[in-house]
Design a protein around this ligand. Structure first.
Ligand code: G6P
Length: 612
């Protein structure tokens, strides 16, 4: 979603701001802008609709903008269409206050009315312009400086935000505030950097300060001071980000997505090895001891998008192995439901970014209801990670492509490990089974490699079906969970309409959509459900559907029914999603490439959805 950068130091700001924005492009955006300060001169603002390239051109790669202090933004439209007028930065008409903003100010219409009465007029359709003018109003009304005005602003607005502000009266400072939207600051060699995402700062520094909720920061040149909402100075520790800078580069791959697909064996191995030591799972770092695990009576898994699909798969594994009831919920539904969370419940929030607005809200609501919370998160120091009672970090590394692959795979591994440990502590599996599961998990990275070695077959098939109008995915049990993810991968980057159905639902409606040549992809990795799946495939075939089967090596009989088959190595039935998802990720990727689409930055989508 939207991205923010800021720079205050001893070199020209605009080229650094543009570089930072280019690192945030992956989050999704439709316009961009920068505001730069040259000493006491007025703030200079340049904006452009569309890709960042346009802003580079307008500013001669930033060189045309003098000044060593500035802020920048990539906007993903929420209030008002993508346009230059609606793009950030926004400012008060006299340029006393200039801001960039991520998030949504919910009560902006009411505030706008109040400001109109006070003599302000508005030129854009955005809530951000209202925010800029409200801050300006407080500065002028109370005359007590930026921190006072910002704390009044924070007390007055409802919603979520990360905002960077330039005040005319403070030419050498940038101010920042945040609530429920990420914002980080780095200081290095007399220069200070700000961004809504660590990826934009890695090139300059790995030592990061996280601004907390309802906190403010004043960024000088090479220094930063933090304040709480009561305007008191607060101390903060620096966190060292260990991510490899190269991890955010393409390293010879054509797209981030295919690079990240290939990084899955490593992501799986690292996540596994982070908690498996000497053949045993060690959850000390998560703060989950055996008494805790024994006490839980109910688990909820709450997430959005692909992370929700991980939950659907995890439900099968946890219930089957650990015999504990699991309910999987979409975070945006969970948060607005009358919740009846029983005592001794564990709520697991799954999130790559750790910043998804609905998942964060669900976490807070779960805590309010007295549940214990565990976050499975990829981004260290993210809000969900900081607020959950326990954190299981997936070690996928930075994921740039909007369509998740390696983070999804690492989340699956985390959920299997939870299931195995819960099963052992709750005495649902023997020591031999426990050892067997862990041994089998160690083979998963190698098996993913094997599937990747055979990617050309999928590429060939994808090219043939790039013009498909509708695609259906069918699966039963845990294969249904994989179908959901396969379908999402295809639709989000290829713009082909696709849907996943539990195969038993076929006869309750979907079958009427099957015509001659409709592509139907059946996932069948579960021996117990294999025959039933074959029957469903035959039903599709007799209505003219074109069938792709996805099954394990050895099930060669499938070729009597399927028109095209992708095979994956055999593994324990619980772990098959880790393998079955890979050909489906490849399929989505190659279809998108064949159609010449923007694979890593699909239209209308954002990597991290920080608004509702
Ligand atoms: C967006 C991304 C998806 C992701 C979902 C949840 O829709 O494009 O890839 O699964 O958000 O994000 P999270 O960061 O919470 O995992």
């Amino acid at each position: 979603m939207c991205g923010i950068v800021g720079f205050n130091g001893h070199v020209q700001a605009a080229p650094i701001l543009l570089d930072g924005l280019s690192k945030l492009e992956y989050r999704g955006y439709d316009s961009a802008g920068v505001a730069v300060r040259n000493g006491k001169n007025d703030v200079e603002i340049v904006k452009a609709k569309g890709r960042l390239k346009a802003l580079y051109e307008k500013t001669n790669d930033g060189l045309a903008m003098a000044g060593d202090c500035g802020i920048g933004h990539t906007r993903w439209a929420t209030h008002g269409e993508p346009s230059e007028t609606n793009a950030h930065p926004h400012c008060s008409d006299d340029r006393n206050v200039t801001i960039v903003h991520n998030g949504i100010i919910e009560n902006y219409l009411e505030l706008k009315e109040m400001l109109e009465k006070a003599g302000y007029s508005f030129h854009s359709q955005t809530d951000t312009e209202v925010a800029a003018k409200l801050i300006d109003y407080y500065v002028k009304k109370y005359q007590k400086g930026p921190i006072d005005a910002l704390s009044r602003f924070m007390l007055r607005v409802r919603g979520s935000y990360a905002i960077a502000v330039l005040f005319a009266e403070c030419p050498d400072e940038i101010y920042a505030i945040r609530k429920d939207n990420p914002m980080v600051i780095g200081v290095k060699d007399g220069n200070t950097y700000m961004a809504s995402d660590v990826a934009a700062l890695l090139r300059y520094t790995r030592d990061i300060y996280y601004i907390g909720d309802n906190e403010m920061a004043c960024m000088g040149k090479g220094e930063v001071t933090f304040y709480n909402i009561d305007q008191e100075v607060i101390e903060k520790d620096v966190t060292e980000v260990k991510w490899d800078v190269n991890a955010a580069e393409k390293n010879g791959f054509e797209h981030f997505m295919i690079k990240e697909i290939h990084e899955q064996p490593r992501a799986v191995k690292d996540t596994l090895n982070s908690v498996v030591k000497d053949g045993k799972i060690d959850f000390t770092a998560l703060g989950l001891d055996e008494d805790h695990i024994r006490n839980f009576r109910q688990i909820y898994i709450v997430a959005c998008g692909s992370a929700y699909h991980v939950g659907v798969a995890a439900q099968y594994v946890l219930e089957d192995m650990a015999e504990i009831p699991v309910r999987v919920e979409i975070a945006s539904e969970f948060r607005y439901r009358h919740l009846l969370i029983p005592e001794n419940s564990l709520v697991i929030i799954v999130s790559q970014s750790g910043e998804t607005a609905d998942s964060l809200a669900a976490l807070r609501i779960a805590k309010e209801h007295g549940a214990e919370t565990l976050a499975i998160v990829n981004v260290v120091g993210s809000t969900i990670a900081r607020e959950a009672d326990h954190v299981f970090y997936t070690l996928a590394g930075p994921e740039i492509s909007v369509a998740t692959t390696k983070a999804y795979s690492a989340q699956l591994i985390a959920s299997y490990l939870l299931a195995i440990e819960f099963a052992k502590v709750r005495e649902k599996i023997t020591d031999e089974q426990y050892a067997g599961y862990l041994e089998e998990l160690q083979t998963v990275p190698g098996k993913i490699e094997k599937i990747l070695d055979d990617k050309e077959r999928i590429q060939w098939f994808a090219a043939k079906y790039a013009n498909a109008q509708d695609v259906f995915f069918l699966g039963r049990g845990i294969d249904y969970a994989v179908s959901l993810e396969g379908s999402l991968k295809l639709k989000e980057i290829s713009y082909i309409h696709s849907e996943a159905y539990a195969a038993g639902e076929l006869k309750h409606g979907t079958i009427s959509l099957i015509e001659k040549g409709t592509l139907v992809i059946s996932v069948l990795t579960q021996p117990d459900l294999y025959e039933k799946m074959i029957s469903n495939m035959v039903e599709v075939k007799s209505r003219g559907g074109y069938l792709m089967g996805l099954t394990t090596y050895g099930n060669y009989g499938i070729e009597d029914t399927a028109d095209f088959t992708a095979y994956i190595p055999k593994t324990d039935i619980h772990f098959t999603p880790s393998l079955a998802v890979v050909p489906l990720q490849l399929l989505g990727y190659y279809v998108s490439v064949a159609k010449g689409l923007d694979v890593d930055k699909p239209r209308n989508l954002a990597k991290s959805v920080t608004v509702e």
